[in-house]
Structure formats: structure tokens, C-alpha cells
Design a protein around this ligand. Structure first.
Ligand code: SF4
Length: 295
């Protein structure tokens, strides 16, 4: 590695550690005494998550345990030795759970139909059960900022909901706290970090499932926006952290029915005919949406 690439790799590591530390602090993701179960799939994101959490733990003012869990779903060609080898080299607690969900999915879903929803439902149940068995107090997943942005638009375009992927939330069975410490990390940084660290990546297409075309289209749309208007993804993510319920139309979020003038000036009040003004980059969503054909 040249001195320059070493310098850049250091900067990247510091930025990722800072972003993860900030997300943990902002959302109170990890507390003293926690036992954090890191779900390791063998992809670049979960490797980075485990690596950065271990680095942060070594200098954290609080004590918490970390252990890794991988679910071996018995997909054909899954290289079983890679994760145990890697985890042994880290000398950390881990568990490989072997459950043949692949056969169940192939058996239940007709050929040509999408298998992901049953597969992920089965995986979720197994991971929740494992978390309970192993006494985890937090389940950490490797989703990053760009996953959250894509989910926001998928829910808007195809689900009619203004909803993304939570940085921290109680699981749907009400039993676990799920955290996403990479919430502030860009995917581009994680790709570079994976290259620098030379994580032994396991390909994610072993099941033979087709790529999710809707997600691919939204990803392409966001990339194109960022290419044409640098910083747009940052701005959208900032918007997710800066919601003004009175300026949307969800009657559950804001009490439109009984609100009354207070007599006090309020900068967040209605500005009647004034058009909102923005600094660059200008929002040009109406024309931009047509850039990428959404299937
Ligand atoms: S891509 Fe394959 S392994 Fe992943 S959720 Fe879909 S069916 Fe399961």
C-alpha cells in the first residue's frame, strides 16, 4: 500500500467509526451491559459492521459484549468454512446456525415466483430464536444509509407510505431491540472499506433468486440523482431526520381537526401564498423522476 492509499484508508476507517459512533449515540443503540448479536451474512456490510463495532468497543467507556451469528441456509455452493475461519481469526464468540430454509423455500414456492419473502420470514424467525437462546439484548443488522433511502422510495412508490428502515426499533414479535449502527454510513464507503480490509466476501446470489427489480430501479435513480446533483442523497437523508408533520397530510400525526390559532407567531406555521425557497441544489423532482423507468 502506498503512503497515500494508507492515508486514505485511515481516513475512511476514522469516518466510518465516527459515523457508527454517532448513530449509536444519537439513537442510544448500545448501553452498558448489552450483549449485542451481530448478524453476519458474509456480505461486505455485515463484515464492516462487526469490524467497526469491535474497534469501537475496544475504546468505549462502557462495557458490552459482541457475538456474531451466521445462518447457514444450506444454499447450494455455500462455502461453509469461510466464516468460521474468519471468526476464529478474530477470536470472538460466534454461532453458526444451520437450518435448511433453502429446501423449504424451494418446496413451497412454485418455480419462477419470488422466494425472498418466505426466505426472509424464515430467517427472521430463526434469528429471533437464536437471539433469545444466546441471551442477546440487541440484534445488530448491517443495513446502511443507502438501504434506508432506497426503502423510503420503495415504500413511497410501491406502498403509498412515507416509511423507511428504522435505525432502532423493537422487532415485530415485540421481543427484541433491533439496531442498525451503519445508518449514517454511505454504501460507497462500505464498498471501499471491504476492499481495503479484504473481507472474505461470500456471494449473495447463491440461492439463484433474481435481483429485486424495484430496488435496483430505485438504486439506479438515486445514483443518477447523485451524479447530476451531488449531495442529493445527503439532503434526502437529512430530510428523514427533519420531519414536519403539520406540513404533510397524515391526520394521525398531526391534529388538524382541533387546531386553532394561538395568537403567537410560529415560523413553522403556514406561509400562505409564499413559495418555499431553496439553496442549490434545486429540487427538480418532477422532471427527475422520469430519468429512470420504474418497473
Ligand atoms: S435473495 Fe435468496 S437468500 Fe436472499 S432473501 Fe431472497 S431467496 Fe433468500
Amino acid at each position: 500500500m502506498t503512503p497515500k492509499s494508507k492515508y486514505n484508508a485511515n481516513k475512511l476507517e476514522k469516518r466510518l467509526c465516527r459515523n457508527v459512533g454517532k448513530a449509536i449515540e444519537d439513537f442510544n443503540m448500545i448501553e452498558d451491559g448489552d450483549r449485542v448479536m451481530v448478524c453476519l451474512s458474509g456480505g461486505k456490510d455485515s463484515y464492516a459492521l462487526l469490524d467497526i463495532l469491535l474497534k469501537l468497543r475496544s475504546r468505549a467507556p462502557i462495557h458490552f459484549d459482541i457475538f456474531a451469528v451466521n445462518l447457514d441456509q444450506k444454499q447450494p455452493g455455500f462455502p461453509e468454512h469461510i466464516l468460521p475461519q474468519y471468526l476464529d481469526s478474530l477470536d470472538i464468540e460466534y454461532k453458526i446456525v444451520e437450518e435448511d430454509t433453502y429446501s423449504i423455500v424451494k418446496d413451497k414456492i412454485p418455480e419462477g415466483k419470488t422466494t425472498c419473502s418466505l426466505c426472509s420470514r424464515l430467517r427472521r424467525g430463526i434469528l429471533y430464536r437464536t437471539a433469545k437462546e444466546m441471551g442477546a439484548t440487541k440484534i445488530a443488522l448491517g443495513h446502511h444509509r443507502d438501504d434506508m433511502l432506497e426503502t423510503l422510495f420503495l415504500n413511497m412508490f410501491y406502498g403509498g407510505r412515507l416509511k423507511s428502515m428504522p435505525a432502532k426499533l423493537v422487532s415485530d414479535d415485540g421481543q427484541h431491540t433491533v439496531i442498525r449502527p451503519l445508518a449514517y454510513c454511505k454504501e460507497a464507503d462500505l464498498i471501499r472499506y471491504g476492499d481495503v480490509q479484504e473481507f472474505p466476501i461470500i456471494p449473495c446470489n447463491l440461492c439463484g433468486s433474481q435481483d429485486n427489480l424495484q430496488r435496483q430501479a430505485v438504486k439506479a435513480m438515486l445514483h443518477e440523482w447523485d451524479r447530476r446533483y451531488p449531495g442529493r442523497s445527503e439532503t434526502i437523508f437529512k430530510a428523514m431526520q427533519n420531519v414536519v408533520p403539520s406540513h404533510l397530510a397524515d391526520r394521525q400525526l398531526f391534529d388538524f381537526l382541533s387546531m386553532q390559532p394561538t395568537g403567537e407567531a410560529n415560523a413553522d406555521g403556514d406561509t400562505a401564498f409564499d413559495q418555499p425557497s431553496f439553496s442549490e441544489p434545486k429540487p427538480e423532482f418532477a422532471s427527475d423522476v422520469q430519468i429512470v423507468e420504474l418497473k
